[in-house]
Design a protein around this ligand. Structure first.
Ligand SMILES: Cc1cc2nc3c(=O)[nH]c(=O)nc-3n(C[C@H](O)[C@H](O)[C@H](O)COP(=O)(O)OP(=O)(O)OC[C@H]3O[C@@H](n4cnc5c(N)ncnc54)[C@H](O)[C@@H]3O)c2cc1C
Length: 869
């Protein structure tokens, strides 16, 4: 079906004739994004122009007609949800529909909703500039027309500009040349031909088996091997079909709030917590489903931990070896350098099997690079080979290619290309400073290619349309993000990227396939659901991070949208769903049992050389201790460590993962000592035990494997309080002399008057009321001004050992920790002060569970080492 003759020339909207050269909104692109946007704009009564370079709708599915082109998200999910009737009127023939069927679907939707009449085809937008006097964009097209508009939307696709091959001699070849992303509409017959395919990404992996069926000889040139799982194409997955039938609305709502835009059960098992055999059995189940996202989501840590990822990667390599008969070819096809999922995983039908065919050959460009393309073929390694056809499957200038290929000039004459020279800075992946009323659909900084794009497209179209409706309703003409909001989005995107393995790989996600492109993770990796919630929150908080202007009004609602570390937020979200009772509603006995049960579920932390449990004399009786010895040859410096738990719960083993981490990272002996707990033993029992333990360790340091005189204290939370108090007591008692004190989110002031107690009163695990509960159990109000309870209140803070103090942004104790750091510094004590951005009271102790804690722990370990340097 082609569009009806004469379509795209109507100028009618809502019964009025509109000017075609001055409209409310110009949309560039008529793929799925442009199509849905057209529908929404029309329904909302905006005058509009939709300009499309091709001569039909469909975008990706209009251009990519190479053999084997299919969607790799199941058609149960890769389809529009905005028109419920479509589900009755359109039936997909397969789980992974082929390009012609998806294009027919786009045409069907366009016809049903009369979209053809709203689109100008075969019109390319070349240039656009913002006029700050009229508050309008001028859009210049390939037909010589200039259109002015208030709002300008780039629905230009994130995989719509094929990347030029950067190979010598491409112009010389006299045979047939094809590019997968611009395939001839009439198709290509390779029967009896000698064909070269350059590239082994998704398009190549889909097309190679079909090209091999026709070609007399096929040579595939591979630079980087890719992970690919079999599609097992056929009918749509029954379990998804049944869920859709039972409750389509619930299914779609789940997709919108899921991490990837497809409902999926989130993993809770670490790949490192099960034997390899079990891990492979679990992966086999996922692999057999033939669903793109499944194998990467079998284990909770495959995306964040290289060792866990290696389990998945090795499973995939095993599958390749099982299929490919020649072991050398199998090895060349096996990815070894990049973690699974950090390049787009592929789906195939008989891809690896194709290399068993006698007329198919694989060339490894790492050992036999292409020297040049010649008139008749390709010279590579020490060979020269003639071909009838060359197929370039060399990928796309992804995410930004189509946007910056239009010459867009914003305020102050700055072009977007120039602005994005060092990275595609933007706010929410939707807008960018200096370019008012310019919107991008599935652009950089949004989930885009890391999602089921139908879900992402609909979310962006809805956000943009709802925003310009709001602006119309409130009389605003322009919207532009603030520099602070844009910077905070960059930081949030980086925080999300930093806890994944993506940055280890040279991929098109990282812009690495296009010379000169900045190296950043272009899509937002924080997840579709989280992203949607953030975008919604921006609107409900009255366009947080935006300046809106018009009709003599100006609204600025500046501020960052997300500062919390993404993995910390995930833990908080997960805990919120559990509906746990507050600890302060429990008895101390129950709270202790609860704390122990929670600890039993966490990762164990790294191995150390040796662990020794023992007993030492405390101030009021024996105390347990656990010694963590590094694997390196001793003797070692010794750190006496005091556990957290609000003086009420915890023990010498309750911070086990953190102690292991500090021992192995800092190469020091950690001796975690217990102390008496409240309410059975109130103030000053814990403080007295802390000092007694230090003295015993100092007296026995040599027999414990330590270096005499090389001793420091450390502690977390209430343990940080005891460490700080112990350091003061040791100073006042004339010893033991300490080399340092490491205080992680310490309690320093029983008055609890600091603003952070209010600002972070609830929602971040340690709450204001829990802190009150701890203090009430530990010390009478009259004792809380005693420096042995509140070290910040000590009259003299001079002559204390050097300190490393870590405070967390979302911790009620933040300000009292900050105050202690300031006070020590003012008293002449050398202080390193780490203000851990986006962290909560507990997050840095969550070893191997929260990757964002690695950086702070590295700094803590470096500080411990520094104490003894
Ligand atoms: C081979 C392939 C397979 C894919 N499979 C999947 C999948 O299984 N699941 C999934 O979620 N996503 C998949 N994608 C991603 C796919 O791009 C999106 O799902 C979706 O189709 C994008 O729609 P869009 O409207 O945003 O962009 P596009 O479909 O790319 O449409 C953009 C349109 O803008 C037009 N345009 C661009 N620049 C200009 C200009 N300057 N002037 C005028 N017109 C312009 C283009 O001609 C194009 O028609 C795949 C992509 C490819 C290439």
């Amino acid at each position: 079906m082609r569009r009806p003759v004469g379509a795209g020339r109507s100028g009618k909207i809502m019964g009025k004739i509109m000017s075609r050269s001055d409209v409310d909104v110009v949309v560039v692109g008529a793929g799925f994004a442009g199509m849905y946007l057209l529908k929404r704009l029309r329904d909302a009564g905006f005058s509009h122009r939709v300009l499309e370079a091709g001569d039909d709708v469909g975008g990706t599915w209009y251009w990519n007609r190479y053999p084997g082109a299919r969607c790799d998200i199941s058609t149960t999910d890769y389809q529009f949800t905005w028109d419920p009737e479509l589900h009755e009127q359109w039936t997909w023939s397969e789980k992974h529909a082929a390009q012609p069927e998806i294009l027919r679907y786009a045409q069907f939707v366009a016809k049903k909703h009369d979209l053809y009449s709203g689109i100008d085809f075969e019109v390319r937008v070349d240039r656009a500039e913002w006029n700050d006097a009229t508050h309008k964009w001028s859009i210049h097209t390939s037909t010589g027309e200039t259109i002015t508009c208030r709002h300008y939307v780039m629905a230009t696709g994130c995989l719509s500009v094929p990347k030029e091959p950067d190979i010598n001699g491409t112009d010389r070849f006299r045979g047939d040349v094809y590019v997968t992303g611009r395939w001839p509409h009439e198709g290509v017959d390779f029967t009896g031909k000698k064909v070269a395919v350059i590239g082994t990404g998704s398009s190549a992996i889909q097309s190679i088996p079909l090209i091999a069926e026709q070609a007399s000889e096929l040579v595939v040139f591979q630079r980087t091997p890719n992970y690919s799982i079999p599609a097992f194409n056929g009918p749509a997955p029954q379990y998804r079909v049944e869920r859709l039938k039972a409750d389509r609305a619930a299914y779609e709502a789940e997709a919108r709030l899921s991490p990837t835009g497809v409902p999926i059960t989130m993993p809770t098992v670490s790949a490192l917590s099960v034997p390899r055999e079990t891990a492979f059995e679990m992966l086999e189940v996922a692999w057999k489903k033939g669903e793109l996202l499944e194998p990467g989501l079998v284990f909770m840590d495959a995306g964040t931990n290289r060792a866990a990822n290696d389990v998945v990667a090795e499973f995939m390599r095993t599958k390749i070896r099982e299929v490919v008969k020649d072991p050398v070819t199998a090895e060349i096809l096996s990815p070894r350098k990049h973690p699974y999922g950090t390049k787009r995983p592929c789906m195939d039908t008989n891809y690896f099997q194709t290399y068993n065919l006698p007329h198919v050959r694989l060339v490894d460009l790492n050992s036999s690079p292409i020297r040049t393309i010649t008139e008749s073929g390709i010279e590579f390694g020490d060979e020269s080979h003639d071909f009838d056809a060359i197929v370039y499957a060399t990928g796309f200038d992804a995410m930004t290619g189509a946007i910056v290929s239009v010459d867009i000039t914003g305020k102050d004459g700055v072009t977007l290309k120039k602005k994005w020279e060092h990275g595609p800075h933007n706010y929410l992946g939707l807008t960018t400073v200096g370019f008012p009323n310019l919107y991008m659909i599935t652009g950089p900084g949004s989930p885009s290619v890391l999602s089921n794009m139908m879900v992402s497209i609909e979310q962006h179209v809805d956000w943009i349309t709802d925003t310009i409706i709001d602006m119309r309703d409130k009389g605003f003409e322009t919207i532009e993000p603030t520099p602070a909001a844009e910077e905070s989005w960059r930081v949030h995107c980086t925080d999300c990227a930093d806890i994944t393995l993506f940055q280890e790989t040279d991929s098109w996600y990282m812009g690495a396939n296009v010379p000169g492109k900045p190296r950043v993770l272009f899509p937002y990796i924080g997840g579709v659901g989280r992203y949607r919630r953030i975008c919604d929150e921006v609107r409900t908080r009255d366009y947080l991070g935006f300046v809106l202007e018009g009709s003599g009004k100006r609204q600025v609602n500046d501020g960052p949208i997300r500062e919390i570390q993404p993995d910390v937020e995930m833990v908080l979200d997960m805990m919120a769903t559990l509906g746990l009772p507050p600890i302060e509603s429990m008895s101390p006995t129950d709270a202790r049992a609860f704390s122990e049960a929670s600890s039993a579920m966490r990762p164990t932390g790294p191995n150390v050389g040796e662990i020794v449990d023992g007993v030492l004399p405390g101030a009021g009786g024996d105390l347990n201790y656990r010694l963590y010895r590094p694997a390196t040859t001793g003797p070692h410096p010794v750190v006496v460590y005091y556990h957290g738990g609000g003086w009420v719960f915890g023990s010498h083993v309750s911070d086990d993962p953190l102690c292991r981490a500090m021992c192995s990272m800092a190469d020091v002996i950690i001796i975690s000592v217990d102390y008496r707990h409240a309410p059975e033993d109130r103030f000053p029992a814990a403080a007295d035990d802390g000092f007694a333990a230090l003295k015993w360790v100092a007296d026995n340091i040599e027999s414990l494997g330590g270096v005499p005189g090389q001793i420091a204290v450390a502690g977390w939370s209430a343990g940080g309080n005891i460490a700080a108090v112990t350091a003061q007591t040791a100073r006042d008692a004339g010893g033991p002399a300490l080399r340092g004190q490491l205080l992680l989110t310490p309690v320093t002031d029983g008055s609890r008057q600091h603003p952070s107690h209010q600002q972070n009163a609830s929602g971040y695990i340690l709450t204001k009321s829990l802190m009150e509960w701890f203090w009430n159990h530990y010390a009478d109000p009259s004792d809380r001004t005693n420096p042995k309870a509140s070290p910040l209140l000590a009259k003299d803070l001079g002559n204390l050992p050097p300190a490393m103090i870590v405070t967390c942004q979302y911790d009620p104790l933040r300000d009292e920790g900050d105050a202690y750091a300031d006070a020590l510094r003012a008293a002449g004590v050398p202080v390193q002060h780490l203000k851990a951005r986006g962290h909560i009271h507990t997050s840095i102790t969550m070893v191997d569970a929260l990757p964002s804690g690695v950086g702070p722990r590295q700094k803590m370990a470096a500080a411990l080492k520094g104490f003894f340097a």
